[in-house]
Design a protein around this ligand. Sequence first.
Ligand code: XIL
Length: 457
Amino acid sequence: MKKIKKYLLLPLIIFGLGCSSDKEEFNDDDAGDEIPEAKVEASFDYTISEEDPYAILLDNTTESEREYTAVWDFGKGGEKVADKAGLEEVRYTETGEYTITLEVSNAAGTSTATKTLKVDQWYGVCPTSGCEDLSDKGLKEGTDTFSVGVITQSYRINEGGSHTQVLKKEFNSLTAEYEMKMNIMYPSQDSYDFSAGDAIVDFAVANDMYVHGHALIWHEASPDWVENFTGSDAEFEKMVEDYITTTMTRYRGKVRSWDVVNEAVDESAGNPLRNSVFRQRMGDDYVKKCFQFARNADPEAILFYNDFNIAASSGKRAAIFDLVDDLGDLIDGLGAQMHISIDNPSAEDIQAVVDGAVSRGLKLHFSELDIRTNLENDKNLSSLSAEKAARQRAKFKEVVNIYNAVPLDNKFGITVWGLRDNESWLVDFYGVPEWPLLFDMNYNKKQAYDGFLEGLQ
Ligand code: XIL
């Protein structure tokens, strides 16, 4: 845009008039020869928006009486933008360093002014004096409307060290990766083993973390003696009731919430109820029975049904919501496992899970978040490429962003399924290298971590 200068023109006119002794007609050409047009010095300031810590207000403070054009480069890799009258508001949603350039041109040439700003994951745009040391902050400080959880294993807790330090610093909810499943807690008839679960729960309680119990009934984790139960159906059902009651009573007041039944809906056509031993022994309403046992055992506990592919498959989603509807008041929340990839499912499909839960007044747990990158199943990959890392960051941001917009009453938490990439179950599950989590093997925060935080903005 063209601007008319106030200060420079005045001395030039006086100078020009003073030199023209013979009152010749003043024309542009002569003026051009005698008074070469001066280059304009670009200058600008910025202030951090008071309303939005991630936005700045740019102020073009260039002073000139001559016409010039001015364009901004906001340092975000986009097109240059022509300067407009007034302050220019620019938002930086991703952490990093940005160099802002104001380019000012007139007939005499172009000058530029630059400033570099830093956008921090906690503070947004850093003050010019720099962001203070943020080393004591963790992911959990990024939100106070839902819990940010992770899984662990008892031996890692018992070992201590960096793993436990990171757990304490970053997360405020803990889930046992596998040690609070039936095959571990109830390995043989009439003989419970809560030692691993106790270690995890005690650590969480000692460190002010919630515990999400996972998972009381899961066909993949039923012990052999249950699969081959020798008693009658009635005895089987009594055994399940005793198990749920014993377990939930033990952790009453310590475990805030439970996945009562996990993955009951089959993947096959029509998404029927999976034909697990529980269904065979207790009937088609076994899920309801288990929820009733759980409600009786700990009326304070928040009870979830948990499953996978709820976003990716609309058919399965419908079947799951039917199951959930059938549970009525016995269920409090839906756990949507989020074992997803950098490509799928789409934001719309994830939003459909949110909408279904919200319309039913359910709490929603994004319960098992990890984001695959090795979609080609390339066995020879040795590292996560920059391109994949950036896409993973964007997907974490998208997922968290969607979750963060869930109405407060329906919010519960997000649980990341693993701390470091090398601890992820996916490495074994797919048998190929994978980097699906927020931390690398050295506990360094990945871009994915920044994406998680960006989703909270
Ligand atoms: C996985 C654990 O990560 C593994 O360590 C364990 O061997 C098998 O289970 N859906 C679930 C989780 O509900 O319990 C699974 O966890 C991953 C898929």
